[in-house]
Ligand binder design. Structure first.
Ligand code: SF4
Ligand code: SF4
Length: 311
């Protein structure tokens, strides 16, 4: 019998601070307490500022180095200072050496790793040196295995690192008959968001009422649509601006997208985050916890009901 692949749910918002990580943590709790029997793994795809581990009581079980791009380096013993490398570098990364006359030097910050200079050098004096750009981890949590990462400051390979941890989560999920992978997506619409979305089965957008929230919602929806990923919306802090909430419903209707629920403004959410636990652990009867419980059921029902389709 062919084994079913785990479904992938990506949780997104157009910007940070919309409650996306609180919702991901709350979903982790729901996955083991809501009685729906879906074995679930978790991914924090916000590799530039990962924080889901802080609310999942994550214990690192494996740590791996992440080697991303390479940077060019000149062997000063071989360099004749001919200047051929400077003329092909489109990133203005090559300069005369400040301490050794007659040879060139490559600024590691400016170097993009394109390797054009390597081919231009008649003395074979330039080598591409692989760079470690961070770590990725597999951790154990009370809710299931958790894949997360840390990109070193100033590094730019966040999309590649997101793809790497998603691939490892999926391989482990295949091995262990996991049915669901919940991905806490990065904020915005950049390269790591594209990597977080690719190959997923359902996108859940956390939207906030208001003009800026509507703009963020539309931007991130554009990314999900690009990948033809079915999408649902939940509205966070829905009671703070009812007119804005109404506008999100109207927009969703015009787009044929279901709103799976509203989360009211509730101080239980930041208080539980401060304590490093999902909201249900400390405030199971709070309005937000109850709302999230319904959103979880609605979302998971949709996920397992959807077949991938053109949207
Ligand atoms: S690898 Fe590319 S960016 Fe880096 S120094 Fe060489 S030509 Fe410039
Ligand atoms: S092309 Fe090679 S030999 Fe010429 S300046 Fe650059 S590193 Fe030196």
């Amino acid at each position: 019998m062919t084994q079913q692949r785990a479904k992938q749910l990506v949780i997104l918002s157009g910007k940070g601070g919309t409650g996306k990580t609180s919702l991901s943590a709350a979903f982790a709790y729901e996955s083991t307490h809501a009685g729906m029997n879906y074995k679930t793994f978790f991914v924090d795809a916000d590799v530039d500022a990962a924080n889901l581990s802080l609310v999942l009581e994550a214990q690192v079980a494996e740590q791996h180095e992440f080697w991303g791009s390479s940077q060019a380096e000149i062997d000063v013993q071989k360099c004749t200072g001919c200047g051929s490398c400077e003329s092909v570098c489109r990133y203005d990364a090559i300069f005369p050496h400040s301490e050794i006359p007659g040879v060139n030097w490559i600024d590691p910050i400016a170097c993009d790793g394109c390797a054009a200079c390597v081919y231009a050098c008649p003395e074979d004096a330039i080598s591409m040196i692989p760079q470690q750009e961070g770590f990725w981890y597999r951790s154990e949590t009370p809710y299931g295995k958790f894949f997360h990462a840390e990109l070193f400051p100033g590094r730019e390979n966040s999309g590649k690192l997101v793809t790497l941890i998603k691939q490892n989560a999926r391989l482990a999920a295949d091995d262990q008959s996991v049915q669901l992978i919940v991905i806490d997506g990065p904020p915005g619409i950049g390269c790591p968001v594209i990597s977080a979305c690719a190959g997923t089965d359902l996108g859940l957008i956390v939207a906030e009422p208001g003009q800026a929230g509507m703009h963020d919602l539309q931007r991130v929806l554009g990314t999900l649509r690009h990948f033809r990923i079915p999408t649902v919306i939940c509205i966070n802090k829905a009671d703070l601006y009812p007119q804005g909430t109404k506008e999100i419903y109207e927009f969703a209707e015009t787009q044929g997208i279901e709103v799976v629920g509203e989360i009211p403004f509730d101080e239980s959410i930041p208080l539980s985050m401060l304590q490093g636990v999902p909201i249900q652990v400390l405030y199971p009867e709070s309005p937000a916890a109850r709302a999230i419980h319904k959103i979880w059921h609605q979302t998971v029902n949709k996920l397992f009901q959807y077949e991938k389709q053109n949207v």
